[in-house]
Ligand binder design. Structure first.
Ligand code: BGC
Length: 419
């Protein structure tokens, strides 16, 4: 009799975790709030719900994620990390250094599903913690930064072709400006200035220069004559913007190109997500082409990092989310909406549009030519202190009469001080 009671008690205890486990849950912090971004994210939300997951949305609006990263930092300092957050590049390893990610709950999923074989080594490295030995983040895509987006009707009716050099761009912009059209739709926010700046730097300086300046943080590259030319082109670009540019959101700038109020925008291919969400097609309604460079390609991999959280439901939620993110069909559908290309290497590009196909082909060509570069402006190349120091100078120059020479000097000094 006594034995029977004990067995019942043991049985009841063993049931406890199951009774309290209400299914996988995840609070997800992100900044995907524009039309195209939200549409893409809804694919993940739907997949999660289909598998019985309960998604708590934590959107923090603001292009480029600066506001989201502030909120995230505050949550982590308060000891209240979300289960998953959109974080990328070296910031992932910076969080790991703070000890808020381990014990790397999703690594078992990554090992079981063989992620090392599904993504390139370069992408895999970004996703790993613990000295790059264990997965702690899952990649959703590869965005390209160095793109021109243009209104087809505006270009065609003014006899303008997509520029293949910066001087061709300047000539086209002069012509458009004379015709009363805003040549360059730009949102004057620091991260957008930085986005344009790195595309110009890659184009004017070339791949080695980009690497020296924004990866090696070489003082000579940061202060030298090539950097002066980069700032000269930034000054030109500023002269092609309209008076409403300061503070404008990136998707509003994309809208100006869509509506034919402006001719060009320089922006990562999440801009294509906006065109797509409005049913517009490349080659028919708008043009895409890489900004001029010598087989360069600035990449930006969006990823979700999974923090150290407690509770079986949250831990299961993290695992489910990680597995769904790396799903083959998810990577296709999500990226068709988002404007990017899949991080997974085995997803066919056949159903993607021409801009995405170009991105994929150029990525491979750039990789072979040594031109595949992490975007500094989107947090893929540097830690926050260094990228912040660069962007501060870029924005200050763009919004003042600072000379290019002074800007280059200031840039080198700011980077030095940040180290
Ligand atoms: C992210 C994109 C996002 C864009 C605009 C970039 O840093 O990688 O996913 O769409 O910012 O918010």
């Amino acid at each position: 009799m006594k034995m029977k009671k004990i067995l019942i008690a043991i049985f009841a205890i063993s049931l406890v975790p199951n009774i309290s486990f209400a299914g996988p849950k995840a609070e997800v912090l992100h900044w995907w709030t524009s039309g195209g971004e939200a549409k893409a994210l809804s694919v993940l939300k739907a997949d999660f719900a289909d598998k019985g997951g309960e998604w708590t949305d934590m959107p923090v609006a603001g292009g480029g994620g600066d506001a989201a990263m502030q909120t995230l930092k505050a949550r982590i300092v308060a000891g209240d990390a979300p289960a998953a957050a959109q974080v990328k590049g070296p910031a992932i390893q910076e969080y790991d250094d703070q000890g808020v990610i381990k014990p790397y709950n999703i690594d078992a999923v990554a090992k079981a599903e063989g992620w090392d074989k599904l993504v390139s080594k370069q992408v895999a490295q970004h996703m790993k913690c613990n000295n790059f030995t264990q997965y702690c983040a899952a990649p959703v895509n590869i965005h390209r930064i160095d793109w021109f987006w243009a209104n087809k009707k505006v270009l065609d009716s003014n006899g303008i072709k997509m520029p293949t050099s910066w001087s061709e761009f300047n000539a086209a912009a002069d012509k458009l400006q004379a015709a009363g059209i805003i040549p360059f739709a730009h949102g004057g926010q620091p991260w957008q200035d930085a986005t344009v700046f790195e595309a110009v730097a890659l184009g004017i300086g070339g791949n080695d220069f980009y690497k020296k300046a924004f990866i090696d943080l070489d003082q000579k590259a940061l202060s030298g004559s090539t950097m002066v030319k980069v700032f000269d082109q930034m000054r030109k670009l500023k002269s092609y913007t309209d008076a409403g540019s300061p503070g404008r959101d990136w998707n509003v700038a994309t809208g100006m190109v869509m509506d034919g109020k402006a001719a060009f925008q320089i922006m990562g291919d999440w801009a294509k997500g906006e065109f797509s969400a409005k049913g517009l097609k490349p080659g028919k309604d708008y043009y895409c082409s890489p900004t001029p460079s010598n087989k360069g390609y600035l990449y930006n991999v969006d990823s979700f990092v999974f923090y150290n959280v407690k509770g079986a439901d949250k831990l299961e939620g993290q695992k489910l989310l990680a597995s769904l993110i790396m799903g083959k069909n998810f990577q296709k559908v999500f990226n068709m909406y988002k404007g990017s290309i899949p991080a997974r290497l085995d997803v066919s590009m056949a159903d993607f549009d021409d801009c995405a196909k170009k991105s994929n082909a150029d990525l491979n060509a750039a990789s072979a030519a040594g031109g595949l570069m992490p975007s500094y402006a989107h947090g893929m190349a540097l830690k926050g202190a260094q990228s912040g120091a660069i962007t501060d100078v870029v924005t200050e120059h763009f919004n003042s009469n600072m000379s290019s020479k002074d800007a280059a000097k200031k840039l080198a000094a700011a980077v030095k001080a940040s180290l």
